[in-house]
Design a protein around this ligand. Structure first.
Ligand SMILES: [Zn+2]
Length: 174
């Protein structure tokens, strides 16, 4: 049978009808966050989508609500491309300004403001998660981050009580 457990510490949860309660964490756990049999919460990283250049525009022009749902890896990826896109827009804005093409200047100005705001959004979501705004996100940084995610400790939170107690009391099982 499946045991309903805490996503943070693996303790069996108490059913409180509306939600659940963890006696170790001393807090309510919403039904959407509960895990089974001491499993850790699944973190979804869409590496495939991040590699699809055709999907890039769709990916980096998400609404704030959608950006909030992305994994940290995806947000770093989005930030990298948003910054590149923004500096391209900035360059063309200056070209139009210098050439005195008012219509294009206005259009590019609007785009520049939009991409700046979107960049702020992604920076601030990352700041909440990491505690800082990453100054530069390089391809190398992303691939190292991905490597760490793939090596993530995803094993169930099972405590082998017998072995711990025996070691504490100095028993020798050999
Ligand atoms: Zn807990």
């Amino acid at each position: 049978m499946n045991m309903i457990t805490c996503p943070y510490c693996g303790t069996e949860l108490l059913d409180q009808q509306v939600n659940y309660y963890c006696s170790f964490c001393e807090m309510a756990i919403p039904s959407a966050s509960i895990q089974y049999n001491h499993e850790r919460e699944q973190i979804f990283n869409d590496f495939d989508l991040c590699q699809d250049e055709f999907m890039l525009d769709l990916y980096i022009n998400k609404r704030t609500e959608e950006l909030l749902q992305l994994s940290t890896y995806e947000l770093l990826y989005v930030l990298r491309h948003l910054r590149a896109q923004r500096s391209e827009i900035y360059k063309s804005l200056h070209t139009f300004k210098n050439a005195q093409v008012t219509e294009y200047t206005e259009e590019a100005g609007k785009l520049y403001e939009e991409s700046t705001k979107r960049m702020f959004v992604v920076e601030n979501i990352l700041r909440q998660r990491l505690g800082y705004v990453p100054s530069r996100v390089t391809e190398n940084f992303l691939s190292k981050y991905k490597e760490m995610i793939l090596k993530d400790k995803g094993t169930a939170m099972v405590i082998r009580k017998k072995r711990v107690i025996n070691q504490k009391m100095g028993y020798n099982n050999k």
